[in-house]
Design a protein around this ligand. Sequence first.
Ligand SMILES: [Zn+2]
Length: 79
Amino acid sequence: MNSTDISQETKSETLLDEGDHDRFSHYARKADIVESAVTGKPIVALCGKVWVPDRNPDRFPLCPKCKEIYAQKKAKENR
Ligand SMILES: [Zn+2]
């Protein structure tokens, strides 16, 4: 038996588009968001992420972490 096997390189597909992992809408203090809209400076979101809010936050899915923290905050406030 003299078969030459050409082993194909298994392509590991990563579904992460570069730069796209930041494409989330985060929650942050409203005052910070307003300020960022004026200055263009990044702000700190509820989840701790530093990002620049998009003018159209509806374009991106809501950050699950921010959503969770926001829900917890609200729950505490209503107590
Ligand atoms: Zn977030």
